[in-house]
Design a binder for this molecule. Structure first.
Ligand code: IPE
Ligand code: MG
Length: 228
């Protein structure tokens, strides 16, 4: 969800106004995805690199996140949406963690769609965390497995299971707003065969119609997964 800052600056507004407007777009896009039957929607909301922003902007984003959860939990319940977080969210301020945990718990029985927010998320760190957990599980399992056998047991499926997204399918489509042609450390493992769609539209200007344009482009792609 890129371009909030530029959207605001283009209008002579403080950057935080772009974030405020961006949250309304989140609501619209989540609702539209649910309506058309998208099963998994993952939004990159705060990267592990975003801490380097001015303290005032970071704390505004944290408060905005809390407000979003308080306000939209009802919409999630009404629309049968399960709320999920990926990333090292235990490093977020306690007041945010509390709302995240509550939202995940309260929506845990919902089956219509999984809405994941990537928070304090970094794709490389995710891989590091996965490998750490694998090593720790092997060492604490007491299986007495020979090192060679343990090493052989590591495969792509196992790594996928140990990612924050364990149990979720890889994304079919990745949409990047604001025209930037880079991945910015998002779902590095999972996007190996995802289709990319880049739009110049800044996130605060992104609408349900923009989403349908992206889906239309996706529909025309010929996905070969390395075949012919
Ligand atoms: C939103 O857009 C992304 C968040 C971290 C919330 P930006 O804040 O990166 O906007 P630009 O790139 O400065 O325009
Ligand atoms: Mg940006």
């Amino acid at each position: 969800m890129d371009g909030n800052g530029r959207w605001a600056v283009n209008r002579g507004l403080p950057r935080i106004e772009g974030h405020r407007r961006g949250v309304n777009v989140v609501k619209d896009i989540v609702t539209e995805c649910r309506r058309i039957g998208v099963k998994y929607l993952t939004l990159y909301a705060f990267s592990s690199e975003n801490w380097s922003r001015p303290e005032k902007e970071v704390s505004f984003l944290m408060r905005l996140l809390k407000l979003f959860l308080l306000k939209e939990k009802r919409t999630m319940m009404k629309n049968n949406i399960r709320f999920n977080v990926i990333g090292r969210y235990k490093e977020l301020p306690a007041f945010v963690q509390k709302e995240l945990t509550k939202a995940m718990k309260e929506t845990s029985g919902n089956k219509g769609m999984v809405l994941s927010l990537a928070l304090n998320y970094g794709g490389r760190i995710e891989i590091v965390d996965a490998v750490r957990r694998i090593v720790s599980d092997v060492l604490s399992s007491g299986s007495g497995m020979a090192p060679e056998n343990a090493a052989q047991a590591v495969n792509e499926d196992l790594l996928s299971d140990y990612m924050y997204t364990g149990g979720m399918p890889d994304p079919d489509l990745l949409i990047r707003t604001s025209g930037e042609l880079r991945v910015s450390n998002f779902l590095l493992w999972q996007i190996a065969y995802s289709e990319f769609y880049v739009t110049q539209t800044l996130w605060p200007d992104f609408t349900a119609a923009s989403l349908h344009e992206a889906l239309e482009a996706y529909r025309k792609r010929d996905r070969r997964f390395g075949g012919i």
